[in-house]
Design a protein around this ligand. Structure first.
Ligand SMILES: [Zn+2]
Length: 109
């Protein structure tokens, strides 16, 4: 998966980003994965990218992605201020598909 564009922050920094339409699998595919793993729509222990369930252990050790309020992905450590929607867990297979720095373990402490 490749960078699709850059986002300009309020401080003028250009942040590399991956568009929502590129990184997110189709809603149909995510729903199918959710059904096959028998989990509810609001279960938080699932991969943000594909909807597959993650074990508690995998979830605790998961890499995370950093999403903007527009649903695009930016590097984990990018400072995007009010454009940030937060950090979300992804499974190891999905994490492998992202460029370096886009799926990392959250900071500890
Ligand atoms: Zn996934």
């Amino acid at each position: 998966m490749k960078i699709t564009h850059t986002i300009t922050t309020s401080t003028g920094d250009a942040i590399p980003a991956i568009d929502n339409s590129v990184w997110r699998q189709s809603i149909e595919r995510i729903e199918a994965n959710r059904r096959s793993h028998r989990i509810g729509y609001h279960d938080s222990e699932e991969c943000m990218m594909c909807g597959r369930k993650m074990s508690r252990k995998a979830h605790e050790n998961a890499r995370h992605v950093h999403m903007t309020i527009d649903g695009d992905l930016v590097p984990m450590a990018a400072e995007v201020g009010s454009l940030s929607q937060g950090w979300f867990p992804v499974g190891s297979e999905c994490a492998k598909r992202l460029p370096k720095g886009f799926a990392e373990k959250p900071w500890v402490g």
